[in-house]
Write a protein that binds this ligand. Structure first.
Ligand code: ZN
Length: 469
């Protein structure tokens, strides 16, 4: 029951309500450093054992986000009314070292993994295509088995190209050995070759990458383009593994815009425990990579759930097994719970725990900034977002965003990774996190993200920059 108040008390109360009301609203929109620390201490603490891809510790991280999303009033988007989406992975191994075969002058040539070739990456039991000899700086020819010769003196650039080859659209790329590969030939060559498959409509297989000896490259260079090259071998019984995504949804409030989806994501897995790591510390905590990105997503989730319901639908997804091959994101995009064209934009968050000296201290960078108009538009709406200052690192291709971008979805990664040497080492620990930077970074994106989830702006790729074409 409402008690009648004197005018004077009423005004005082009204003022009090206004002040506390405003405070409450603004404090909801501001992320406190202690929140950031709280998440980081749990996710990157030793109890989570480095959240190894597909391990129970990855799942515990997923359940942590599920628990928080429940608390925030975010709807579950996983299996059977839960937040967790389980992905079954079939690990396939070759029973014997796989081979590369072709015929020349009427006889069959067989090159074997560990001897004349190193099978660096396979995505199925076999890869076949016509030979195409290309220059080191050129893109592999889609559908072909492209041969790239090594040019001495250019090791660094050559090595960096490797990451970009996996998604080239070629059936396989044959890369002539570098001195580094020669030095590790026996170690690479003694490894069992395996790959992973999983259910649903996961995106099609990627490019196989084979390192070939100088002698083999010399021989192949004399063969005419178009000769069929086959790589493969017999497979053992598959081993069944699992990974998990943690998925939450805020359904949009606008009758028209609610059918459109903004996806905010980060990967919750890291490298786990590595018994053969040098030194005493065997736990790869992955504080920056990518506990930091997960914290951005869960705090944005808290803020968006607490405020007025966004006009567009927002998905918050914590992907599993990014480090092991992007399995969580590949499964998610292959099994979207809504039509693909309704996914307006994806912002992935990676490694924002420390500032990057290459940009201003309050800036973040966006991978593929010059590929679509999303980055520029977010910047117009207050984001301190600039172009990725490390284009030679191919970061656009190096996180879950690329899985989606390859499907034509506008997808970028927000980061401030300054190429620190703790990357993928046991030393990527909470003690190296700059909490002031990290808290300010996430706060700086609250307004722009709020704008995006409430606007009808649809980002587009710039001419010739769509990675799916
Ligand atoms: Zn990462």
């Amino acid at each position: 029951m409402i008690r009648m108040l004197s005018v004077r008390t009423g005004i005082v109360c009204l003022l009090f309500l206004l002040v506390t009301g405003l405070n409450a609203q603004s404090s909801n929109d501001v992320i406190a450093e202690r929140n950031v620390r709280a998440h980081m201490e749990f996710l990157a603490g030793d109890a989570l054992k480095g959240r190894g891809s597909g391990t129970e510790y990855e799942l515990i991280a997923g359940e942590y986000f599920a628990s928080l999303m429940r608390q925030f009033g975010i709807e579950p988007g996983g299996d059977d009314g839960s937040y967790i989406q389980t992905v079954e992975i079939r690990r396939q191994s070759f029973a014997a070292p796989p081979t590369l075969t072709y015929s020349a002058a009427g006889s069959a040539i067989v090159l074997t993994h560990g001897k004349e070739i190193l099978v660096f990456r396979m995505n199925s039991g076999s890869a076949t295509g016509p030979l195409r000899k290309i220059n080191a700086q050129d893109q592999p020819v889609p559908g072909s088995v492209s041969l790239i010769r090594y040019e001495a003196g250019n090791e660094e650039a050559f090595g960096r190209r490797f990451g970009g080859l996996f998604d080239s659209g070629a059936a396989a790329v044959l890369v002539e050995e570098t001195p580094q590969f020669r030095a590790g030939w026996d170690r690479f060559g003694s490894r069992k070759v395996s790959f992973s498959e999983f259910g649903g409509n996961a995106p099609a297989a990627q490019t196989a990458v084979i390192v070939i000896s100088k002698e083999a490259a010399d021989t192949l260079s004399k063969i005419e383009d178009g000769v069929e090259i086959k790589i493969g071998g017999n497979l053992e019984e598959p081993e069944i593994n699992r990974t998990w995504n943690s998925v939450g949804i805020i359904k949009g409030s606008d009758p028209k815009l609610s059918s459109e989806v903004i996806l905010l994501s980060a990967h919750m897995d890291h490298l786990g425990i590595r018994p053969d790591a040098p030194g005493d510390d065997k736990i790869f905590n992955g504080a920056d990579d990518d506990a930091s990105g997960c914290v951005a997503v869960i705090e944005l989730a808290r803020i968006l759930a607490a405020g007025e319901r966004p006009k567009r639908t927002v998905y918050f997804v914590f992907f599993g097994s990014e480090e092991a091959g992007g399995f969580g994101s590949r499964y998610f995009v292959g099994n979207l719970p809504f039509p693909k064209e309704k996914l307006v934009a994806n912002l992935q968050w990676e490694m924002i725990g420390r500032p990057d000296e290459k940009v201003a201290s309050d800036e973040l960078w966006l991978t593929g900034f010059d590929r679509s108009n999303l980055g520029a538009e977010l910047a117009k709406h207050g984001a301190k977002l600039v172009n990725d200052p490390h284009p030679d690192q191919n970061f656009f291709q190096r996180s879950d965003n690329y899985t989606l971008a390859r499907q034509g979805i506008i997808a970028h990664t927000v980061s401030s990774y300054g190429l620190h040497t703790d990357y993928h080492h046991a030393s990527d620990e909470i003690g190296t996190i700059d909490f002031e930077h990290m808290t300010r970074s996430i706060n700086s994106m609250v307004g722009p993200v709020k704008w995006l989830v409430n606007s009808d702006f649809k980002p587009t790729w710039y001419e010739g920059k769509d990675p799916s074409q």
